[in-house]
Design a binder for this molecule. Structure first.
Ligand code: URA
Length: 271
């Protein structure tokens, strides 16, 4: 006799049989007759309503409009934010609140600037390295020490209170790129409005760019080895490209040319 026949009419026996099957691992009921599930909607479809002219209420509702999230243009955001900064403090604050650059997520500090904002010379570097990221000041590692020595050789220092002999130092990128990789063009483009605003707030007489990243940010092209030592112009100011001090640490022979570039700068400042 089949199980179904044994328990017919006896709900306690039916429940016990179900529990027993469940204990045996049966977790899915299978019918005796194959069921065409593809055909099922046809079976359960309600009887067709008589065809009448659709009233306003019976008409299909209008399709739901899903608003597209507006795409953010980080360069436009940067331009807008930078234009609002009316002082160096405001610009620093504005960078600290700018969240469109992914480099910021991996950085410990926003490295803004160092030196005397009244300086005649503004030095623009690339991006903070490990030491700068830890300390929150630009050019404090080995390359920074060489940079200080180089400019000291022509009488300029970031700690000078006298505008004549002072330096103001900042970078294109205020956040350290992972593994000290070069900043990407998109990252440079995003920071360009801040750099331009920074320059106009400090209003230096001369800009010195150290390496390819600041050359790219201010002139739109790379090629520091060809450009170094030759006066160019950016934002209506004289601009002197120089090789980066980190490059000079790796290639000490290139210090000769860097010295020539420093003398070019000194001659210009002496008028
Ligand atoms: N290199 C740079 O270009 N900037 C720094 O601040 C440190 C190293």
């Amino acid at each position: 006799m089949r199980l179904a026949e044994q328990i017919e009419g006896d709900w306690e026996a039916a429940l016990a049989a179900l529990a027993w099957q469940y204990d045996c691992g049966v977790d899915e009921p299978v019918g005796d007759v194959a069921l065409d599930r593809y055909g099922l909607p046809e079976l359960v479809r309600p009887a067709a309503a008589p065809v009448t002219a659709p009233t306003e209420r019976a008409k299909a509702p209008p399709p739901v409009q899903i608003a597209e999230t507006p795409k953010i243009d980080p360069v436009a955001e940067a331009r807008h934010a930078a234009a609002l900064a009316k002082s160096l403090e405001a610009l620093r604050d504005c960078l600290e609140h700018f969240d469109h650059c992914d480099l910021k997520k991996g950085a410990r500090n926003t490295v803004f600037a160092d030196g005397n904002p009244k300086a005649r010379v503004l030095v623009l570097g690339e991006a903070p390295g490990r030491d700068e990221d830890l300390e929150g000041r630009p050019f404090v590692g080995r390359a920074g020490q060489l940079l200080d020595q180089m400019f000291a050789a022509i009488g300029l220092s970031r700690s000078s209170p006298d505008a004549e002999s002072a330096l103001y130092i900042t970078n294109v990128m205020p956040w350290r790129p992972p593994g000290n990789r070069d900043p990407e063009d998109s990252e440079i483009a995003m920071m360009r409005p801040f750099v331009e605003r920074h320059i106009s707030l400090v209003d230096p007489e001369v800009i010195v760019v150290m390496g390819n990243t600041p050359l790219m940010a201010l002139t739109g092209h790379r090629g520091i080895m060809r450009a170094r030592g030759r006066w160019a112009e950016a934002h209506g100011r004289p601009l002197l490209p120089m090789t980066h001090p980190a490059y000079l640490l790796r290639n000490p022979l290139a210090k000769r040319e860097a010295w020539a570039d420093l003398l070019t700068l000194q001659a210009r400042l002496r008028g």
